[in-house]
Design a binder for this molecule. Structure first.
Ligand code: ATP
Ligand code: MG
Ligand code: MG
Ligand code: MG
Length: 483
């Protein structure tokens, strides 16, 4: 059986043998781009090359990119721990051609890598192709389908709609059809009963997308029309943890050697056995997932904080701490102790983990301890409110209470909502928003008085006072809007 490390290496050496330059992962944290806080796909670091803003250094590159999908267009946070194949942080293996090769090589090499190099069973693979769009005057991607037909019977080449099989960078700019490879990892008897064909794109946990091949061949102009792109681009992304699952014969990413050492470490700390109790298992999966996100955010320059990207990380950390507290009886900081195990699993590929180990441990430990100081009282308060609501026959908690939890006990809104969901309840969001607004007004008034006493108030000063709080509000409300 190939180990995760061997699989990652084999990808790089395969594409190196096809004359690709192997480049390092870009940081997972993006600084200075107002449109994106975290890298959410392999192509992010090549955006300027694709847009023609910078010259092409290497026409063919490949890498393994650290990605995070917890905000914006891609937010997989709530799936994590519950399904078997979405993570917050994951590695995306990718190969690119900037004006060099196109569909033929991209498809042939994807097939060669999966079937000839890795020996995935070709009978378990499906490909999707863009079905076309009459309103846009676009035909089915018969070119891609033709290449797939060299390997797959026609009935395992599935038409997909614009949502799944046409990629666009934004409202304008490069775009084009894509082809996804899906793999059916169900046991033989289940495959005999139900054809995997009917399960592709149905969110079946064992018939899943592993690789997306994007063929950027158009440029969308500001009037919405499409023109042909002079330098066509190949942009592919394969979920590394999913590939490991398929190759290691597992039915969950968490059962691979990418996650098992971390899960076993958590289980031994908590004195429980993984696979015995559903809620404990979810908690262990969530923690194993979240420790990766937090550790890599720190190495890549984003500490937990009250603002923007920092608050996203703090929310994730507090979420993990609470899972440990409620389901695994963790009363003291424990996440930071997972670092040596994480380094064992990922340190080879990402030496920044070892290099910054002390810092990561210190930051996580302090964050854990500070939240644990208020967590217990907060949970008691919330439990009381839940009981009261239940007694009154209600399934909603007032926004004032949620705000107290947020403001006094450091419960991010989504954490309160998560706990309430476990009890079939929700928060009155309008009330919460109103409380937030009142707090903002109070801060603004206080700022006006304080600064007015002894300095001349310049324009813009009042904006800065309470910066953290304002930024933090904005993040919460933005998060709600996106959801
Ligand atoms: P899905 O439909 O499963 O959510 P996607 O279509 O959103 O995946 P892409 O944007 O096409 O994913 O990304 C390329 C590849 O990255 C996917 O084919 C998948 O293997 C992997 N991937 C995407 N999201 C995640 C995630 N949250 N965790 C792990 N792997 C992921
Ligand atoms: Mg997705
Ligand atoms: Mg998809
Ligand atoms: Mg996809």
């Amino acid at each position: 059986m190939l180990t995760a490390k061997e699989i990652r290496e084999s990808f790089k050496s395969f594409f190196a043998s096809k004359q690709h330059q192997i480049v390092p992962s870009a940081p997972m944290v993006i600084k200075g781009d107002p449109t994106l806080m975290f890298t959410n796909a392999g192509m992010n670091q090549f955006k300027d090359i694709i847009l023609g803003n910078v010259p092409i250094k290497y026409p063919r590159v490949a890498d393994s990119q650290k990605c995070l999908r917890v905000s914006g267009k891609h937010n997989d946070l709530e799936e994590v721990g519950h399904d078997t194949y979405h993570h917050t942080m994951f590695e995306m293996l990718g190969n690119w051609s900037f004006g060099d090769y196109f569909k033929k090589e991209a498809i042939n090499w994807a097939w060669e890598y999966l079937v000839e190099v890795l020996k995935l069973d070709p009978n378990r693979l499906y490909a999707t192709v863009f079905e076309g769009s009459a309103s846009e005057g676009l035909e089915r991607d018969n070119e891609a389908a033709g290449y797939w037909e060299q390997y797959l019977p026609k009935d395992r080449i599935i038409n997909g709609n614009k949502k799944d099989n046409f990629w666009e960078m934004g409202d304008t700019g490069p775009c084009g059809p894509c082809s996804e490879i899906h793999v059916d990892i169900r046991p033989d008897h289940e495959r005999a009963e139900v054809d995997g064909l009917t399960l592709v794109n149905q969110s079946h946990p064992q018939v899943i997308e592993i690789w997306n091949l994007v063929f950027m061949q158009f440029n969308r102009k500001s009037d919405g029309s499409l023109e042909s792109l002079p330098a066509k681009v190949i942009d592919t992304g394969m979920g590394f943890e999913r590939l490991c699952m398929a190759l290691q014969g597992k039915i969950s990413n968490y059962d691979t050697d990418v996650f098992q050492p971390i899960i076993q470490h958590i289980a031994s700390m908590a004195g429980v056995t993984y696979g015995q109790n559903n809620q404990q298992d979810i908690a262990m999966r969530v923690i194993a997932d979240h420790i990766r996100t937090i550790a890599f955010s720190i190495t890549d320059g984003q500490l937990p904080s009250n603002a923007k990207a920092g608050y996203v990380i703090r929310r994730i950390l507090r979420r993990a701490v609470r899972y440990g507290y409620t389901f695994l009886g963790r009363r003291e900081a424990f996440m930071y102790q997972l670092l040596p195990t994480l380094i064992e699993v990922m340190g080879d590929a990402y030496p920044e983990l070892q290099a910054q180990k002390t810092l990561i441990e210190k930051v996580i430990k302090e964050e854990e301890e500070s939240f644990l100081r208020t967590l217990e009282t907060g949970i008691r308060l919330l439990d009381k409110k839940i009981d009261e609501a239940k007694a009154a026959g209600k399934n909603i908690i007032s926004g004032v209470d949620a705000f107290t939890l947020y403001d006094t006990f450091g419960f991010p809104l989504d954490l309160t909502e998560l706990i309430l969901r476990e009890n079939g309840m929700e928060v009155n969001i309008d009330e919460f928003t109103a409380e937030m607004q009142k707090q903002k007004d109070r801060a603004r008034n206080a700022a006006a008085i304080e600064t007015g006493d002894w300095v001349i108030v310049k324009e813009g000063d009042s904006k800065f006072v309470g910066y953290d709080q304002f930024e933090c509000d904005a993040e919460i409300l933005r998060y709600r809007k996106i959801k």
